[in-house]
Design a protein around this ligand. Structure first.
Ligand code: ADP
Ligand code: MG
Length: 334
């Protein structure tokens, strides 16, 4: 039996965002996976939204760290500090230690998985369990994961794109590639520097992607232009430049192509029955990257399979992780 005040919680420890789900309450917290630290004392200055605002704007004495990279822990101590902060924020300091379910991308190594479990324990969990991200995403998207029918989910986050087919409560085939939102932002920074002679930060690139980014160069022709600010490569001075949606779509092309290749390869590996089920039900997109404009159409055209965006795509993994908390009680008895 659980002690009084002890809650089970689910954490979507994402490269871009951390989302906490409390059993019986649902999602209680959504914040960027960013921590600002004082470089001299090592002291934490801020966590989450406040720290994210500091990216690219810190004085020498502060660094804004994104402790997760490519879906795994890149900076262990900072990840622990961030999780501790979020667990306390979600539950309040006085409550008992929670059992925590955390998600990991499919295809992580045992060492990487171990690191997530250890970090979660050190951050204050009574015990920690992991669930594979595409499986959680599929549950959160409402797919019939337990049924004898094949479903396909594509979770496009900040660090990784996880593609999986699922049937009878398990992953049948999957791919995890380190090509997702962050690589899109980097591609925009690079394109703007090479073609428009302007240096921009990753935050500016990400905003461009949200505002006028598109997976289709063709469709981008009707999406207009926008103004961005950065530093002129030649003069070194601040400058405002016009960027078109076609520029952004061109920059994003390679990342989009890699995501489509991963989907095709995963489809090729599935049995004919599951492939037939996927054609019937379609491919479901989750994660923030699912919101890139024209992505469903482009994937549908390339794979000849219908594509849908899950409702609340950014929340799917957290909701699925939360739903799977029910199985913690089963696991504990093992
Ligand atoms: P993670 O699980 O890795 O933390 P998320 O699922 O939270 O990632 O998605 C974050 C990614 O989604 C970021 O790269 C962000 O820029 C991207 N994103 C969010 N909204 C949009 C949008 N409207 N268009 C394109 N990309 C988006
Ligand atoms: Mg994610």
């Amino acid at each position: 039996m659980l002690g009084i005040g002890t809650k089970n919680i689910g954490i979507d420890l994402g490269t871009a965002n951390t989302i906490v789900y409390v059993d019986g309450k649902g999602i209680v917290l959504r914040e960027p996976s960013v921590v600002a630290k004082n470089t001299k004392t090592g002291e934490i200055v801020s966590v989450g939204d406040a720290a994210r605002e500091m990216i690219g704007r810190t004085p020498a004495s502060i660094v804004a760290i994104r402790p997760m990279k490519d879906g795994v822990i890149a900076d262990y101590d900072t990840t622990v500090a961030m999780m501790k902060h979020y667990i306390e924020k979600a539950l309040g300091k006085s409550s008992g230690k929670p059992y925590v379910m955390v998600c990991v991308p499919s295809g992580v190594t045992e060492v990487e998985k171990r690191a997530v479990i250890d970090a979660t324990r050190v951050a204050g969990a009574r015990d920690a369990y992991v669930i594979e991200e595409p499986f959680a995403a599929a549950i959160g998207a409402g797919l019939p994961v337990m049924d004898p029918t094949g479903s396909m989910v594509v979770d496009i986050g900040g660090g990784t794109t996880d593609v999986a087919t699922i049937s009878l409560g398990g992953i049948v085939s999957s791919r995890s590639i380190r090509m997702a939102g962050d690589k899109m932002d980097e591609a925009i920074v690079y394109y703007v520097r090479q073609n428009l002679n302007l240096l921009i930060g990753e935050r500016t690139a990400e905003k461009l992607k949200w505002d006028i980014g598109s997976a289709s160069i063709e469709a981008s022709a009707e999406m207009g232009t926008t103004e961005i600010r950065g530093r002129d490569l030649v003069s070194g001075l601040p400058k405002t430049t016009e960027v078109s949606a076609t520029d952004v779509a061109t920059a994003l092309q390679d990342v989009v192509a890699d995501i489509i290749t991963a989907i095709k390869e995963t489809l090729e590996e599935t049995s004919p029955e599951i492939a037939a089920d996927v054609i019937d039900h379609g491919i479901v997109l989750t994660g923030g990257g699912a919101l890139l404009k024209h992505l469903p159409e482009v994937i549908a055209e390339e794979t000849k399979v219908p594509v849908f965006i899950a409702s609340e795509p950014l929340d799917c993994v957290a909701v699925g992780t939360g739903e799977s908390l029910k199985s913690i009680d089963v696991m504990k008895k093992k």
